[in-house]
Design a protein. Structure first.
Lengths: 302, 302
């Protein structure tokens, strides 16, 4: 089934304890689209870049079955840029630069053919823009997944709560779940967040895995312990792409499929962090994905 | 099979965001023994208390099948006392008082009948005393499990490394694993710690569950997300008691049994935190334990 991925396509400069990568390809929408491409060849991407974005990278996305009709290329403008440095524990990072560039004018207009996309992945953006995308959909969607972050809770909580009314799955981290709900217990937080709209809540805990909550049911997925994490950038977006990719492939939205989708999201994220940027996601084979899934089965079965 | 539990039997005064409990029963050996008592009725306890320790509490332990021949009662002396206050997140706590009292003179002498105990649980104590217990064993043991903490790594690393040579299973938390090994990656840390002696390493991550490492194999166990954590005191010791209890009950030491033992440890820990002190562990039924085990199966199956 068709997937709509909305979010940033970016340049990143990244420093981790393992090395440094300058002006490499990044962006939530890029990571999510690559991850989803292992499950679907009907991915409709919505984003904006400047005319500095390399054609070869657009071709690479297209080769993965990603429809770029919704990628606006703004002339005489620069692509969104982010620079960050990770600490030794890789869970903490300092943002050194955020140049919004084209993102400042992002006014997503969905191509007609996109409006009936069935599986919607709204990457982290201002809640108002996320809502603007939802407003253009034709109402035939199977599921709307939204990713957000603490920044929007600080500066645009009302807009965020408004868009959440139209969302089926919310993906945030544990501290964000606590901030959004105002309570510490994640079980209680999930109940409060369900009341806001999302029937499903996914709490991403980085190296500690992820929790899926829905209607009193809980599923706990591990992260794969890795000998070496090279670059955590994009892991959450890659998770989201694998998650929605699996759902779209099987075209069934229930708790049982959601659980497997969370595992496939974790599988894709575990590859993402093995190399800088989208490098590992580009070279992945279906066999790699299936083999890593079996590793997750072994990791959790008792 | 017979279990030997060694560690503190204590009075605790505990303050959590949910309430306060004064001079209640605590101690690593107490928690571990209660937890193990749901799997075995052959538990040999080794500890020391003052003559202020209530007879009714010793009777309660004996009622659970705990052999108190190795519990030294020192006259005109006070039982070990710990006072702590937990922060809102329950992962952090401040120690307000630590009165070693009788623990200062703890010189464990194993009763003859204890020396052939098959499953050994050495609770957190000075490494020298842990070694002293090992030295009294008759060599017929199936497994020796040792719990320790960062404090001993700070002040007695050499003694700790020395006792680790005689240990099969080490239980520590993630920060302690990093401190002991000197590396950040838990996968690499496990390899370094295996070289120190323990064939099995269990990394306890509190609300994030536990990891079991052995010979390149990894098992990830979740913690049960709870609506309310009442008092985390003793959760790690309760985990250890459930873990060794399960192994002793099935009298098989391999990775497959270890995985189930980690789940049963997590089951017991999930009860421990529901009430202050050992209160919940005292009232538990076999049905409660089995039902909670099924909850863990549901929580992790996909």
């Amino acid at each position: 089934m068709s997937i709509l991925t909305v979010g940033t396509v970016a340049f990143d400069t990244i420093e981790t304890p393992r090395g440094r990568a300058e002006m490499v390809i990044g962006g939530a929408c890029t990571y999510a689209s690559y991850a989803a491409s292992y499950f679907s060849n009907e991915i409709n991407l919505v984003s904006i870049v400047g005319d500095d974005f390399p054609q070869v990278e657009m071709d690479a996305l297209a080769d993965k079955g990603v429809n770029l009709e919704g990628l606006e290329i703004k002339q005489n403008a620069k692509t969104f840029f982010w620079e960050g440095r990770y600490h030794e524990n890789m869970n903490q990072r300092d943002t050194l630069a955020t140049d919004l560039n084209v993102l400042d004018d992002f006014d997503p207009q969905l191509p007609e053919s996109y409006k009936s996309s069935k599986y919607i992945m709204l990457g982290n953006l201002t809640p108002a823009i996320q809502q603007q995308v939802i407003d253009q959909l034709d109402g035939s969607q199977k599921i709307v997944v939204l990713d957000t972050m603490n920044f929007w809770m600080d500066v645009a909580m009302d807009e965020l709560k408004s868009v959440l009314k139209n969302v089926d799955v919310l993906t945030i981290n544990d501290e964000e779940a606590r901030q959004l709900s105002g309570v510490h217990s994640l079980v209680k937080a999930s109940e409060i967040i369900h009341e806001m709209g999302p029937k499903y809540l996914i709490i991403k805990k980085g190296e500690h895995g992820a929790l899926l909550f829905s209607e009193g049911k809980i599923f706990s997925a591990p992260a794969l312990p890795l000998a070496e994490v090279f670059d955590p950038t994009g892991a959450g977006d890659t998770f989201a792409g694998g998650f929605i990719g699996y759902l779209a492939k099987h075209d069934t939205v229930d708790f049982s499929h959601m659980k497997k989708a969370v595992i496939y999201g974790s599988v894709m994220a575990s590859f993402c962090v093995e190399e800088f940027s989208i490098n590992r996601l580009k070279t992945l084979t279906a066999e790699d994905v299936n083999s890593r899934y079996e590793t997750f089965v072994e990791l959790t079965s008792f």
